[in-house]
Design a protein around this ligand. Structure first.
Ligand SMILES: [Zn+2]
Ligand SMILES: [Zn+2]
Length: 241
């Protein structure tokens, strides 16, 4: 499988992650990636960085380190209508957003509530990816989510850390349900490492194995091409008022 990008990376700006921006860039280059995306946690995660961090991305050259760089954030979905935790004036400065449900930031709802939260987040044009939607801790209607993702041009993440560290137990089983629905609707997916240390940057093998086991079509995996990823970003941003 051609896989040359990883846009779900946490640096020390996430506080519970352990490698710097520079260390993550070096790791991505060593792995042969063409694009790295830094997506540190937005402020609702305990101990996370002040929102001002996200205001200064203009100083980061996107093409000067011998690898393409995108600067985003992993936003927290904070209610069942899909609101996230950075204001529009900051979201505009991000290259992309990942929206995720984290138990530290929202009560675990019913299937209907969790599903509404995820689909609601897709209304935000700065949200390009839904992070770890197959997390069984937040049971949701993955068929409805895959259909809504297709309708809205949003990518669903196949999150390697969920399977490698097993800290979202049962994700691999749920991934099968999600991938079956994605195949049915033609929904695009993206593999993310969710690295919290440089050693995990570009670690996608467990996710790739799950895609292979489910005969997932390569044309629906955007990791094969930087252009494919930025096409999705451009489309989502085009929906912003
Ligand atoms: Zn984290
Ligand atoms: Zn997450």
């Amino acid at each position: 499988m051609i896989d040359i990008l990883d846009v779900h990376i946490h640096t020390t700006a996430s506080v519970h992650a352990y490698s710097t921006f520079s260390e993550c860039i070096a790791a991505a280059k060593a792995k042969g990636l063409e694009l790295i995306g830094i997506a540190d946690h937005a402020p609702s995660v305990p101990g996370s960085i002040h929102p001002f961090y996200f205001m200064n991305f203009k100083v980061i050259p996107r093409d000067a380190y011998g690898i393409k760089i995108a600067m985003g954030s992993e936003l927290n979905i904070i209610d069942y209508s899909g609101s996230t935790d950075l204001p529009a004036k900051i979201l505009k400065r991000l290259d992309y957003g990942i929206a995720s449900l984290h138990k530290e930031c929202i009560e675990i709802g019913s299937v209907a509530e969790n599903t509404a939260a995820i689909i609601g987040a897709m209304r935000n044009p700065h949200v390009v990816i839904i992070g770890h939607p197959d997390n069984p801790r937040f049971p949701a209607d993955l068929d409805a989510i895959a259909r809504a993702a297709k309708d809205n041009g949003v990518l669903l993440e196949v999150n390697n850390s969920s399977y490698f560290y097993k800290h979202r137990a049962g994700s691999a089983d749920n991934a099968k349900i999600m991938l079956t629905a994605c195949k049915k609707y033609g929904t695009k997916i993206i593999i993310g490492s969710d690295a919290h240390i440089d050693l995990d940057v570009g670690r996608h093998e467990d996710a790739q194995k799950i895609l292979a086991e489910n005969n997932f079509p390569a044309e629906l995996v955007v990791n094969s091409s930087v252009e494919k990823f930025f096409e999705c970003v451009k489309y989502r941003k085009s929906l912003a008022p």
